[in-house]
Ligand binder design. Sequence first.
Ligand code: K2U
Ligand code: NI
Length: 186
Amino acid sequence: MYLMNDITRDGNPVLRQEAADVEFPLSAEDQKLAADMMEYLVISQDEKENEKYKLRPGVGLAAPQVGVSKRMAAILVPGEYEDDEPIFKGVISNPVIISHSVQDGALDVGEGCLSVDEDVPGFVPRHDRITVRYQNLDGETVKIRLKDYPAIVFQHEIDHLHGILYYDHINATSPWSENPDTKYIK
Ligand SMILES: O=C(O)C[C@@H](Cc1ccccc1)[C@H](O)SCc1ccccc1
Ligand code: NI
């Protein structure tokens, strides 16, 4: 299983590369990569387990964050309440945002990243609504429409596959300046 030591940190060139396409059918190595990334998210979201293994909680983990420059990311967006089904649980490969809203969306508290140890404050403007096409673990093409928080998570992870980190989007001169057209998401 991955521990925090396995997570690449800002400054490692792998986080700034354009990752390579994932080939299908998945190799045994890529199947293990997918399973290990999802396992990290599951364990990191369990209070007791993340304490035991000292994991930072995550709702997404992209392959470059474990040193693998491939276009694959695990995403686990929990439901609103403890016993709810997750809003999304899956490992996506070769994702493409095929359409998006004109309206931007941003988390009202800003973002963080498992690969960036210090917090960089500020709004991270993204698309509020997106349609993503990706391949699932069976290599099937899936099209999914997302909005608000799940859309933000997907964009954060897809950015990782293109060598982009969340703070690249923050307005350096006025990081908390509000744009009237942007939806600020709680
Ligand atoms: O570093 C990563 O890619 C995982 C991030 C993804 C993320 C950060 C901010 C906004 C959307 C997605 C981690 O999940 S950051 C920690 C975290 C944990 C639970 C909820 C929100 C953020
Ligand atoms: Ni990140």
